[in-house]
Design a protein around this ligand. Structure first.
Ligand code: MCA
Ligand code: AMP
Length: 519
């Protein structure tokens, strides 16, 4: 990637789109209103603080904090200063955080004051130089220290391929991998989505997602900032408040669970969403039932899109007529739409032979938002790319004759629960270490709220007696709460095929009915 720009720091691009009048509102928070100037100056002070630490180029800044506007400033500050932002889900427990810190070797860790005790212990044990705190109530040592720094800052001169963010994504082996995204990856996708989703003056984004994953951090925040649009900021999603906020918003982004929860509210009706322009769904499959009900209840057609941490957004249903597809403008439920402009998407068979439209196979992609590789895992990176540079998504799909992509399954053993990815291998490894456990299998079963939830099927050691509830309690301290299976059953043996592989499809069928019968 060569550069034509003077400075390819992504913050520079975002900053150029801020309104001329920086006193205008940028974020409406429960606590008050933040102006564009607040975002610019706050992130400048934090960038100066980080640069004052004289860290080597490419240093990682690991951040595990509750959702706040100051956390967004910290993200922007890291971009400005040319360091690498490493967001961590607040649900991660100490063993998980220890893995990320050990793997990424951050120079700085920022955590909540409430978790400083254990996070700083983990960080200092792994040689981290500085640990700051940041609460969601505008307190913490990060803000205390940043207050002494200048509120002017010139974004560090960067090249497009310079690293901006590392996003950890779990793997089928149970070992998390850090997906490395460059400034150009972020910039190209933000610009594409701004155009494809018809962002316009007057748009207001209702931001209700967590900000430690691609959906809430990139797709949502980048879109608002690069359009100079204000955000209505919800620290945590709550269906009733979200509907109330829709009176003043125009764009909403959610995982399917949020749409299911919104539909359960009696006050969701056409008047409540009269100001809204666009509803976007992603991160997990949106049931066609939800898609249809939403249309019936609100008159709006949800736009579903598809992406990954490694690639940011890849496909989208059209917002308006797509000239590349004979002007098609229909958002089709059950599909994730067209490959975005600049994204090459193909479907291949098991031998890597490219298939024609309407044939089902493995989805592979190439484009400007596809990541640089996995942090410190060159072999894993090489495995996931084809010889001609396509990334193997691990998703199974089909492209219709009109160009609509449908995801029909995954060839990775993955459960998507409420928009969060849960890799059974990781959970099984933790369960298998418990005393009295011989082996286990975790499978995903359909769930009305979360889409899918995990069920742990466990075999006890000979002579041992296992209490299913005790198994779940025992793993709670080791794993983020969303990864903990919602049910556990103890069985004599796991079904296996002739090759000795556990037949998860059989377990899925068996325990779907088992769990539903027990409620
Ligand atoms: C919370 N719990 C969950 C989940 N969330 N269990 C399974 N799956 C979940 N997603 C646990 C809680 O810890 C609690 O357990 C119990 O379930 C009930 O919690 P509840 O209060 O109902 O949950 P909540 O706090 O309201 O959260 C639900 C949520 C949240 C709002 C749907 O999970 C959420 O914000 N999801 C969005 C995830 C997201 O942004 N994904 C984007 C990834 P206990 O009682 O034991 O504590 S980016 C991505 O995938 C790609 C790139 C893309 O395409 O976007
Ligand atoms: P993550 O690892 O969190 O980036 O999750 C990426 C995975 O989420 C993709 O590989 C898909 O399996 C899934 N995904 C994202 N968006 C959608 C969608 N709209 N429909 C179905 N699956 C999706």
């Amino acid at each position: 990637m060569t550069s034509n720009n003077i400075n390819d720091n992504f913050y520079q691009l975002l900053r150029e789109q801020f309104p001329t009048d920086l006193s205008l509102p940028a974020v409406y928070d429960d606590a008050g209103v933040y102006s564009w100037s607040d975002l610019d100056k706050g992130s400048a002070m934090m960038a100066n603080l980080l640069q004052g630490l004289a860290l080597p180029k490419g240093s990682r800044i690991a951040v595990q904090v509750d959702k706040s506007v100051e956390a967004v400033m910290l993200y922007l500050a890291t971009l400005r200063a040319g360091y690498v932002f490493l967001p961590l889900n607040t649900a991660y427990q100490s063993a998980e955080v220890a893995y990320f810190i050990d793997n990424a070797k951050p120079a700085v860790v920022v955590c909540s004051p409430a978790t400083f005790g254990w996070v700083s212990k983990v960080a200092f044990t792994h040689g981290v130089g500085s640990v700051f705190t940041l609460s969601d109530e505008r307190t913490g040592s990060l803000l205390d220290r940043a207050a002494h720094y200048d509120s002017q800052h010139t974004p560090v001169q960067l090249m497009p391929d310079d690293l901006a963010v590392i996003i950890y994504t779990s793997g089928t082996t149970g070992r998390s991998k850090g997906a490395m995204l460059s400034h150009h990856n972020l910039a190209s996708n933000a610009q594409t989505l701004k155009a494809y989703w018809g962002w316009q003056p007057g748009d207001v984004l209702l931001h209700a997602l967590p900000i430690f994953h691609v959906h809430g951090l990139f797709v949502a925040i980048h879109a608002a900032l690069i359009n100079g649009s204000p955000m209505i900021w919800m620290k945590k999603f709550d269906a009733q408040s979200a509907i109330a906020h829709m009176q003043r918003a125009t764009v909403f982004m959610g995982v399917p669970t949020l749409y299911v929860r919104l539909l359960a509210q009696a006050q969701l009706n056409p008047q409540a969403v009269a100001n809204m322009r666009l509803f976007i769904s992603g991160s997990a499959p949106l049931l066609t039932d939800t898609f249809q009900q939403w249309h019936e209840r609100t008159g709006h057609t949800i736009l579903e899109r598809y992406g990954m941490s490694e690639t940011i957004m890849l496909t989208s249903n059209p917002y308006s007529a797509d000239a590349r597809h004979q002007g098609a403008n229909q958002r089709k439920g059950g599909t994730v739409g067209f490959a975005l402009p600049d994204v090459e998407l193909r479907v291949v068979n098991d031998d890597g032979v490219v298939l024609a439209n309407t044939q089902t196979g493995h989805i592979e992609v190439k484009g400007p938002s596809v990541f640089l590789g996995y942090w410190n895992m060159p072999e894993k990176t090489a495995e996931e790319f084809t010889a001609d540079g396509f990334f193997k998504t691990g998703d199974v799909g089909v492209v219709s004759s009109q160009g609509y992509v449908t995801i029909v399954g995954r060839n990775k053993d993955l459960i998507i629960s409420g928009g969060y990815n849960v890799y059974p291998a990781e959970i099984e490894a933790v369960i298998n270490k418990l005393p009295g456990v011989s082996e286990s299998a975790v499978v995903g079963i359909a769930h009305a709220d979360f889409g899918e939830v995990g069920v742990a099927v466990v075999v006890a050691d000979k002579g041992a007696v296992l209490d299913p509830l005790a198994v779940l309690t025992a793993i709670k301290g080791e794993l983020a709460n969303f990864k903990v299976p919602k049910h556990c059953v103890v069985v004599d043996e796991l079904p296996r095929n002739a090759m000795g592989k556990v037949q998860k499809n059989i377990l899925r069928q068996q325990y779907t009915s088992h769990v539903f019968a027990s409620h």
